[in-house]
Design a protein around this ligand. Structure first.
Ligand SMILES: [Zn+2]
Length: 229
């Protein structure tokens, strides 16, 4: 494939998106929302997907230049960029094919979410600003980079289409990390950070007042939010 497939307008949108993805990658890493071992970021632009390349963390520590971001079609055929597709690109492409309202996907290893991933605990909302994500579920285990992982992520997102349209929907892959799809890249980055903050507050809140009292506090949040509507 060649760049000649792109109109000037599409080409400009793709270049803006590649720069945006590079910036969000740096922020994810700086804010410990992912680590050097992995994660990947993608955005849909028309029929094209802009996607971080393999080794963005381990070899570049998320200091990507816009031109490092690959541009592929929905089947993963590369149009622009050097290097291999990220190994979790199967999940991204699967989500774009199944959820047309999803315009951006982040897979990350956020430091507090990982505690829930390794203990296989779902993350209930404990902040007013995370109620809209519902309880973040834990999907069944499938090895990293497998088709089965893509299938488990997609089936747990199914039914959450309204959340994608509003902001984002997320799932936890056990012993691994978070997958989040949403209406645009800013919305998905915001969701990943809110979910990680929410995870930290659960850990600290349970330590502060005990698990039972904390569960009551969480139920009170849901009552308060429901009562306000
Ligand atoms: Zn990962």
């Amino acid at each position: 494939m060649t760049e000649a497939l792109l109109t000037p307008t599409l080409s400009e949108a793709i270049e803006r998106t590649r720069a945006h993805i590079a910036e969000i990658g740096r922020l994810l890493y700086e804010r410990r929302l992912t680590d050097a071992s992995g994660g990947n970021i993608s955005v849909r632009v028309g029929d094209w997907i802009c996607l971080t390349p393999r080794y963005s963390g381990s070899k570049r520590r998320w200091h990507l230049q816009p031109e490092d971001v690959l541009v592929v079609d929905l089947d993963g055929n590369k149009l622009l960029g050097e290097g291999d597709l990220s190994r979790e690109s199967k999940v991204h492409l699967r989500l774009y094919r199944e959820f047309p309202d999803g315009q951006a996907v982040i897979h990350a290893h956020p430091q507090h979410v990982l505690v829930f991933a390794v203990t296989r605990q779902p993350i209930p909302p404990v902040l007013e600003c995370t109620v809209k994500f519902g309880v973040i579920p834990v999907i069944p285990f499938a090895p990293a980079h497998s088709e089965a992982l893509a299938e488990h992520v997609a089936s747990a997102i199914r039914g959450q289409e309204a959340r994608i349209r509003k902001q984002a929907a997320a799932v936890i892959a056990p012993w691994h990390g978070l997958f989040c799809i949403g209406k645009d890249l800013d919305a998905v980055f915001d969701a990943v950070e809110r979910i990680d903050t929410n995870a930290r507050l659960i850990l600290q809140g349970r330590a502060l007042i005990g698990a039972d009292a904390f569960t009551q506090a969480q139920a009170a949040l849901l009552d308060a939010v429901a009562g306000a509507h």
